[in-house]
Design a protein around this ligand. Structure first.
Ligand code: FAD
Length: 349
């Protein structure tokens, strides 16, 4: 889920102090672009997308990952795809992720994988979906590769969390999910997961791309940021490994202070009471995560300061359909597309 029109974005719609960027991103402008973009030639959209998508195939992704390692970043790989309608379609994802795992090993990359449980058939047939996911997790575990379950919209929040618990009960422990700070339920999810998984609790925290109903989620920019910051505190205090996935300086700067207060940071050993299980290629209790193509300057600065940074690297032949769907889900992303078109020199990773 997650770049350009691509993957994940924000909801600045209800922000109280509105900058030009926020004004352009929200409301009418975004919705107009959502209407216009599908009418544009695919090559033009592709030209913008190349900043946010590693390419159509695994080889292109490997090249991008190697380049990111030169910038001291590790990666997590996402195979792009649309929601599936048949279990046969899930086979494609199983095979492709097997190839990703083998490539990570062959190229000795510091990388893990991000998967969407629904692409493995979880909603079509739970048993078969779980079987597909556990195949991938078991293969990944052989070489200590971590499997991150991306979080989709609220209809599958519980199912996705249940996959982590189910894997854990099968003694598959190299798995963790994403939690979205815009959702009211997230604090309870952090508490419950930390209790059950003990020192295996490992989350990616993010705002959440999906514009969820106000009955279940925060809807203003500031309340989402506040919720994110208190989720960071809670997860760190409950001794979880925390992937801080945000390009927002308010969140990043808060996270840095929260880490410092707990004696966590570059070059420091995680000395929390039940510090999270040490895993190959991971940071000392935390890491910062970015989407490919978004705010590389901030990511490189964090890496220079000694923080572990990880980039979400999506690739796949279905980049166009996927991007358009994301765009419809959150029209705010359209602004980034528009910016890349009118300021082409800014369209760099
Ligand atoms: P914002 O305030 O939205 O962004 C700060 C600034 O970053 C913006 O002003 C803009 O300059 C830049 N920016 C942000 N997004 C983009 C973009 N798409 N294109 C260009 N510039 C941009 N959400 C989920 O719901 N489920 C997930 O599994 C998930 N996984 C994620 C994994 C990673 C590694 C990251 C970084 C995000 C993920 N997200 C996921 C998306 C996340 O929920 C937010 O929607 C997204 O990160 C935007 O919020 P922000 O905190 O970066 O803040």
């Amino acid at each position: 889920m997650e770049g350009l029109l691509i993957l994940f974005d924000r909801n600045h719609k209800h922000q109280s102090s509105i900058s030009i960027e926020h004004f352009m991103a929200g409301g009418f402008f975004g919705r107009t672009l959502v209407f216009v973009l599908p009418l544009m030639p695919k090559f033009l959209v592709g030209w913008v997308a190349r900043r946010y998508v590693a390419g159509k195939d695994l080889n292109s992704a490997i090249k991008v990952m190697k380049n990111l390692e030169l910038q001291s970043a590790c990666t997590t790989v996402d195979v792009l795809g649309e929601e599936i309608n048949t279990l046969e379609e899930a086979e494609f994802f199983v095979d492709e992720y097997k190839a990703v795992i083998m490539a990570i090993n062959k190229e000795k990359l510091n990388a893990n994988i991000s998967i969407k449980p629904t692409a493995f058939g979880l909603l079509l047939n739970r048993e078969k979906g779980l079987e597909n996911i556990s195949k991938i997790c078991e293969l990944a575990a052989e070489t200590e590769i971590f499997v991150r379950l991306d979080m989709e919209d609220h209809r599958v929040t519980k199912d996705t969390i249940d996959v982590v618990l189910e894997m854990y009960s099968r003694n598959i422990k190299n798995v963790g999910c994403v939690l979205q700070s815009r959702l009211f339920r997230t604090k309870d999810d952090i508490k419950n997961l930390c209790k059950t998984l003990e020192n295996n609790a490992d989350f990616r925290l993010c705002k959440g791309i999906y514009l969820e109903p106000s009955e279940i989620s925060h809807t203003t920019y500031q309340s989402i940021v506040e919720s994110f910051c208190s989720d960071i505190d809670l997860a760190l205090d409950l001794d979880a490994y925390v992937g801080i996935a945000s390009h927002d300086l308010q969140v990043i700067n808060y996270a840095k202070k929260a880490l410092e207060m707990r004696s966590l940071g570059p070059g420091k050993k995680d000395s929390r009471e039940t510090s999270p299980k040490e895993r190959m290629g991971k940071g000392p209790g935390y890491e910062f995560q970015f989407l490919l193509g978004v705010r590389g300057n901030i990511r490189r600065k964090l890496a220079k300061e000694g923080h572990l940074t990880r980039v979400y690297v999506p690739y796949g032949s279905q980049w166009y359909e996927y991007s358009m769907r994301r765009l419809r889900e959150n029209p705010d992303i359209a602004w980034h597309v528009f910016k890349a078109m009118i300021f082409p020199w800014m369209n760099r990773r």
